[in-house]
Design a protein around this ligand. Structure first.
Ligand code: ATP
Length: 440
């Protein structure tokens, strides 16, 4: 059960996101659209940093993974071959008392999670979004917005293998949108209808599946743990036998202990040769691979890691949100985000906005740092309000140019997490910041 304190946390984050330009309800002026959210100036920067970090870690820093960027609409046959047209279903039941709707697979005792009332029999709905290609009525082709981003990777396996010099074992990575007509979008960014996924499909020789499966399971767990303050809230959960699809020898989810309970973060899937074989069958194309050394011909098996970017974003907010009682009785709210992910690395502040000399000196520092980092500038209201704003968007450091700075070219740097301050030479800030960011 979700207790009040825990659900209050979600509410506080939703309100903070709106107040500080992190995430907005989509189409808010029209009353909003359930399951759709827009990222504001701070949120889009933060999300961009998050995706960049993922791409750097799993593509740029590795020689065995390459990236692609596929389309949202693909040949409709893709979704028949993948099984989505037939099986991408959710069971929906309605509470007879309060008329709220729920996915039945998350409910164990046929009682409404909101009011305890009895539920109707579950009905099955396909959650692929439909669209059509072509403009002439009667000649339009039914198509689908991709229900999972990874299909483009299977479709391009042969293109990638033939056009690069990469050899099995290798991976193809992609970050991109997916669409699901979820019957019950809920918990802010946790379950939405339009979202981004980050996937790696790692192609291996069938004999090597166990080794690579274990490798990716551990690598992904470690990576997610490296992003949070409280790594005890992350675990691996093995799927039970009856959760397993027929071709999977095993399956694990990386899970997060969210306020509403342990919830999926990323799936580590044993896909075997299912996807390439299905597409081979439906397209009548040979998607096998010939080993350049042994000349053995086979369909590679796949270890898939598939996670949600928006879900990660939300879990990181849940992990980062901090409230602290100050001596003056006020509460300080701050986001203890990994500095690599924070929208801004530092905010440059002149102590008084009406003192030209202070503003000019601060501007110079700002423009210098801006060449290398994402930096904010704030010469608005009083210093306390400036710190509060930067704390709430997770900026790890604030740099203040004060009267002493005019004398000796030193500045203060204030730390977000413990509010400690140091004074350093303004010409050494760049170097200092690089060092801090490398520490993380
Ligand atoms: P769930 O059981 O939570 O619906 P799933 O098993 O259907 O997830 P996958 O198909 O494995 O999810 O998708 C991979 C990842 O994509 C998930 O681990 C999750 O992070 C993300 N994801 C899936 N559906 C949604 C959604 N509706 N909103 C946001 N993220 C999602």
């Amino acid at each position: 059960m979700v207790n009040k304190k825990q659900s209050d946390l979600v509410k506080k984050i939703v309100s903070l996101c709106k107040r500080r330009g992190i995430v907005f309800q989509n189409s808010e002026i029209y009353g909003g659209l359930a399951g759709f959210y827009d990222y504001g100036p701070i949120g889009s920067l933060t999300k961009y940093n998050l995706k960049n970090l993922w791409w750097k870690t799993f593509v740029l820093d590795r020689s065995d993974v390459v990236g692609i960027d596929g389309t949202i609409i693909t040949h409709p046959q893709v979704w028949h071959a993948s099984g989505h047209v037939k099986n991408f279903n959710d069971q929906l039941a309605e509470c007879k008392k309060c008329h709220h709707r729920f996915r039945t697979d998350f409910i164990t005792d046929n009682k409404c999670p909101d009011c305890g009332g009895p539920l109707t029999e579950g009905r099955t709905y396909n959650i692929l979004f439909e669209t059509s290609i072509g403009v002439v009525e009667g000649e339009k082709t039914k198509a689908y917005l991709r229900g999972e981003a990874c299909q483009n990777i299977y479709l391009n396996f042969k293109n990638v293998a033939d056009s690069t010099r990469i050899k099995v074992p290798f991976g193809i990575a992609q970050i991109g949108k997916a669409f699901r007509n979820e019957v019950n979008p809920k918990n802010f960014l946790y379950r939405v209808r339009e979202f981004e996924q980050w996937d790696i499909e790692y192609f291996v020789h069938p004999d090597q599946m166990d080794k690579w499966y274990e490798y990716w399971k551990q690598t992904k767990l470690n990576w997610y743990q490296s992003l949070v303050n409280n790594s005890k809230k992350i675990r691996l959960r093995q799927h039970t036998q009856d959760e397993l699809v027929f071709y999977a020898k095993k399956a694990f989810d990386v899970e997060y202990q969210a306020p509403w309970g342990w919830s999926e973060w990323e799936g580590i899937h044993w896909r075997a040769d299912y996807d390439l074989s299905q597409h081979s069958k439906f397209s009548h194309q040979d998607l096998s691979y010939t080993d350049p050394i042994t000349h053995q011909k086979y369909i590679p098996h796949i270890v898939e890691t598939s996670g949600g970017v928006d879900r990660t974003f939300f879990y990181l907010l849940l992990d980062a949100y901090q409230e602290e009682q100050l001596d003056n009785g006020q509460t300080r709210t701050y986001l203890k985000l990994d500095p690599r992910i924070s929208a801004y690395k530092i905010c440059v502040i002149p102590l008084a906005s009406n003192k030209e000399k202070l503003v000019n000196q601060a501007k110079q520092i700002y423009q210098q740092l801006q060449k290398r980092y994402s930096v904010d500038w704030d010469d608005s209201s009083n210093i306390g309000k400036k710190y509060r704003r930067q704390d709430e968007i997770g900026t790890p450091w604030c740099l203040v140019v004060d009267y002493q700075s005019l004398e000796d070219q030193t500045v203060t740097i204030r730390n977000r997490d413990d509010m400690s301050q140091i004074r350093i030479d303004q010409n050494k800030v760049d170097q200092w910041l690089t060092k801090q960011l490398q520490k993380n």
